[in-house]
Design a protein around this ligand. Structure first.
Ligand code: COA
Length: 474
């Protein structure tokens, strides 16, 4: 990653930024490392959450489209799992970047939907890719699986960025996120499901995003979400998981802000705060509404004490003070209510619309893809042409259990030269399935694929020992 900040990492002058896109002073560094390209694979089947689904579950559709922020959920077909989806997004990445197997030094896979308790998902992926590129073509490539709920891919990206910075043979690395987000039928988690894979090409002098080398972490042992061994669906304490997400994000954001200041990369002046330095903030998207909660919490925290807070107070009144309440509980309740008012304020909604909302556009149509969701947010911004050279992006990843990782990156001057993926058009071409098919797929009761695989990787057999066989179906 780059230790440069501001314009230097975008290949411009050595003056550095004090806010987004402007310049400031900082240390020099020779080469940048970051994300050169991104590919996305989403299954061809989807279930709308309005209509049949909402009616059968007795839920007001407006709760799902507004309260949760979801319209459609991607559904994997019989022949699909985390391994096939990962192979599909990697194949697309390699074709987009004209990448040969021998050029890839590492494949790090983030997943919490592993198909095996021991064997790494990346080995299945390599087995599939070798059916296209030739036996043994990936034998020099190392692969490992990162399991840490929805943060696994981001932990993998951080680790791979250090490797890429040290790599001396011009090899590149790939980070793959691949997951099936699955909760029990008729549970509150059911409308936050989805499936898909994202692959990131990580290398020196990337065309898309140079990482700034500042990672802020937060970790705490929690039972907000877990999947016991052998279970296919997660156990989730939903409201608690929302709170863990917010706590961890705040902790990681504070750690990031302190590090960025120590390194002289982001040094807010009088009247500035850390969020001003970002053109866009990308948060983990378990469901789009969660991103609104996270942004409101982060903006409220950093705006307090700033001159602009007077304007917020003019709109929603003064913050509650402990002395005005008879008990700590009543004070807490008043604070929560005040935060809800802040989340509806014009000041917040303006910032949310310009810096965050567009990260959720694809997720509204796909649902949760767990560890890849935050990078689906990145693809969403890119596909909508919302990023431009010199923009500083903030990434806030969250993984249940729980941990958060906040880091920043600078959009590079070559970013516009990276071809688009036509993701929105591709999502429109998917096939809608009826509720009955979704339920049978969910429960593993369907034996034949709804759409017979063609020009794709497929799970072809699970043999008598339980070994999974995959093939390229031409
Ligand atoms: N129209 C519009 N909005 C409505 C509504 C309606 N008819 N009915 C409810 N809502 C709103 C609620 O007011 C709430 O919004 P608010 O927070 O602004 O008040 C929102 O919809 C969510 O509804 P709520 O009843 O509070 O939550 P839920 O019981 O549906 O659970 C999750 C939501 C996310 C906790 C649940 O789906 C879940 O457990 N998901 C899996 C875990 C997860 O994704 N965790 C996130 C952190 S990793």
């Amino acid at each position: 990653m780059s230790r440069l900040s501001g314009d230097t990492a975008t290949g411009k002058s050595s003056k550095r930024s004090t806010s987004t896109g402007k310049s400031s002073e900082n240390a020099l560094r020779r080469e940048t490392v970051g994300i050169d390209d991104i590919s996305v694979y989403i299954p061809k089947l989807y279930l709308p959450v309005t209509g049949e689904f909402a009616a059968s579950r007795g839920i007001d559709p407006a709760k799902l489209t507004r309260g949760i922020g979801i319209e459609r959920m991607a559904v994997p077909d019989v022949h699909e799992d985390a391994a096939t989806m990962a192979a599909m997004s990697l194949l697309e990445l390699m074709r987009r970047a004209n990448l040969k197997p021998e050029e890839i030094g590492k494949i790090y896979v983030g997943t919490e939907s592993a198909v095996d308790e021991a064997k790494a998902l990346g080995t299945y992926v390599i087995g599939m890719l070798e059916q296209v590129y030739g036996a043994g073509s990936f034998q020099d490539c190392a692969t490992v699986e990162f399991k840490s709920a929805c943060i696994g891919t981001t932990q993998a990206l951080e680790a791979l960025s250090y490797w890429a910075a040290a790599e001396e043979e011009d090899k590149v690395g790939v980070v793959i996120a691949s997951d099936v987000a699955k909760y029990p039928l008729r549970s509150a988690g059911e409308y936050t499901q989805g499936a898909g894979s994202v692959s990131l090409l990580v290398k020196k002098n990337p065309r898309l995003i140079a990482l700034e080398g500042i990672f802020g972490s937060f970790t705490r042992d929690e039972n907000d979400f877990f999947r016991p061994l052998g279970a296919t669906t997660a156990v989730v304490n939903g409201k608690h998981s929302n709170q863990c997400y917010l706590d961890a994000m705040q902790g990681a954001f504070d750690a990031f802000a302190a590090k960025a200041r120590r390194k002289g990369v982001i040094v807010p002046k009088e009247g500035e705060c850390v969020t001003d330095f970002f053109s866009h903030l990308l948060f983990h998207i378990p469901y789009p509404r969660m991103v609104e909660y996270a942004s409101a919490a982060i903006f409220e925290h950093y705006w307090q004490g700033q001159a602009r807070w007077k304007e917020v107070e003019a709109e929603i009144g003064a913050e509650p003070k402990p002395g005005d309440y008879e008990s700590p509980d009543k004070f807490q309740a008043a604070k929560s209510d005040y935060s809800r008012q802040f989340a509806k304020s014009k000041h917040f909604l303006d910032a949310f619309k310009s810096k965050v909302l567009d990260t959720t556009s694809i997720s509204r149509l796909v649902g949760n893809i767990y560890t890849g969701s935050i990078y689906l947010g990145l693809a969403s911004l890119i596909e909508q042409e919302r990023v431009k050279s010199g923009d500083r992006l903030c990434f806030g990843a969250y993984g249940s259990g729980c941990s958060a990782l906040v880091f920043s990156g600078l959009v590079q001057s070559d970013a516009a030269s990276v071809p688009k993926r036509d993701l929105f058009q591709r999502l429109e071409r998917r096939t809608q399935i009826p509720l009955a098919d979704y339920e049978r797929l969910h429960e593993g009761l369907k034996e034949k694929s709804i759409i017979a695989p063609s020009q794709e990787f497929a799970l072809t057999e699970i043999d008598h020992q339980g070994y999974r066989h995959y093939g390229w179906i031409g």
